[in-house]
Write a protein that binds this ligand. Structure first.
Ligand code: GLA
Length: 407
């Protein structure tokens, strides 16, 4: 079916970031793109560190996107070249070398290039395609998803690469399979032990809606957010404190969750209910107990948020967001002073709710705010950061947007 525009519809303006990707492809490789594809970053509304525990999450895709310009090689050479506006040097690998590099020799690949090359590798494996059966390819990336802000710039690269390569190589995998390939790239090619939430949000996002994801079955439901209709805006307060999930705290939290599940004799914390917590307290140390309590209560908060959104709309979810933040601060201990300051400032300026979003140890807080209070929240956060001697935060609003697609 061909889609036609209504006679009155304005012509779509090409995104400047897509244009940047096109220009980069021409400049670095001297070839003309056959098209651009893109995938969004994401905000997780609620459900943090529940994904790798087989639990529930409620992310939404945002309007900031990573674009990739692509062209298949015309010379029959079976190599993949990647370029990014983030690095002056391009990276080139033989397609049949991907299997050699990942996962064991990933250190030989510059870190940024492990994302797209890792997706190429994972996509071929997932579809059972031989590297010798696909054409060589050139890719160039440009992005306006803030990096290190907990908004999943990495899943945006993975999602854009996955949809672009799936089209170019005529690999028939559904969206969930593409998200899985993105996660394999992140876990094995990059080496970050993350769950699948970010890739699912990047692939399945919908305008004005969140994706309620069961991370065990990978079943999804679209949940209308209705922020605009309720007169609300979603404000992001990026603390500028950068995090990396391939090191340190993220992996430790994951290990604590696995210890907790093992102590209770269940496959994952998804299988632990609030009523099991008393028994757990007698089985594990206090730190492990609090890590588990965060995950178990957070799973319940996701379910409560979905129900509340459906029954009462977004203005009613504020307390759940605030409780989620407190649990991450006190039980999971992944907040930092800048995130707590951002949340407290937003709430004191009248936000409906606020919490840190993403993996933690830095990144951004989100605040759900009535239109006419956005300026107050912005001023309050800026003033609170200055008063604490923190570098000024970057504050902007995001809009729930659609997932990965050809531009
Ligand atoms: C990071 C990971 C996700 C998820 C969140 C925490 O964003 O990539 O898989 O675990 O942290 O909720």
């Amino acid at each position: 079916m061909t889609e036609t525009r209504g006679a009155d519809a304005p012509p779509s303006t090409p995104s400047p970031t897509a244009e940047e990707a096109r220009a980069l492809l021409r400049e670095r490789f001297g070839v003309e793109p056959i098209g651009t594809w893109s995938a969004p970053g994401r905000v997780n509304l609620i459900g943090e560190h529940t994904d790798y525990n087989d639990g529930f999450v409620l992310p939404f895709a945002i309007q900031q996107r990573t674009h990739v310009a692509l062209t298949p090689r015309a010379d029959g050479v079976a190599r993949i070249r990647v370029a990014s506006t983030f690095d002056d040097a391009s990276v080139e690998v033989a397609l049949d070398e991907l299997d050699v590099l990942f996962p064991d020799r990933r250190d030989e690949v510059p870190e940024w290039a492990r994302y797209p090359l890792g997706v190429a590798w994972a996509l071929l494996a997932a579809s059972g395609t031989n590297a010798s059966d696909v054409t060589g390819i050139d890719l160039a990336f440009a992005s306006n998803v803030p990096v290190g802000a907990g908004l999943s710039s990495s899943a945006a690269i993975e999602g854009a690469t996955a949809v672009a390569l799936a089209d170019a190589w005529a690999v028939s995998l559904d969206r969930v399979a593409l998200a899985r390939a993105g996660r394999v790239a992140e876990n094995e090619a990059v080496g970050a032990p993350t769950g699948i939430m970010d890739q699912m949000a990047a692939l399945l996002g919908r305008a004005d809606a969140a994706i309620f994801l069961d991370c065990r079955s990978l079943d999804t439901e679209v949940v209308d957010l209705g922020f605009e209709a309720a007169g609300l805006e979603l404000v992001v307060i990026d603390t500028g404190v950068t995090h990396a999930h391939s090191t340190g705290g993220y992996g430790e939290r994951r290990a604590a969750c696995e210890r907790g599940a093992a102590a209770l004799g269940v496959p994952a914390l998804r299988d632990v209910s609030l009523g099991d917590l008393d028994r757990l307290a007698t089985l594990v140390d206090d730190v492990t107990f609090r890590r588990v309590r965060h995950v178990v209560t957070e799973n319940q908060r996701v379910l409560d948020t979905v129900r509340t959104l459906r029954e009462s709309g977004p203005t009613a979810i504020g307390d759940l967001l605030v409780a989620s933040h407190a649990s991450m601060r006190d039980d999971f201990e992944i907040s930092v002073p800048e995130l707590d300051t951002a949340v407290e400032a937003a709430l004191s300026a009248g936000a409906v709710g606020a919490r840190m979003t993403g993996g933690g140890f830095g990144g951004a807080a989100i605040a759900l705010v009535a239109h006419d209070r956005v300026d107050q929240v912005r001023d309050a956060a800026t003033a609170a950061f200055a008063a604490s001697g923190f570098a000024a935060p970057t504050i902007f609003t995001v809009v729930p947007s659609s997932g990965a697609a050809r531009d």
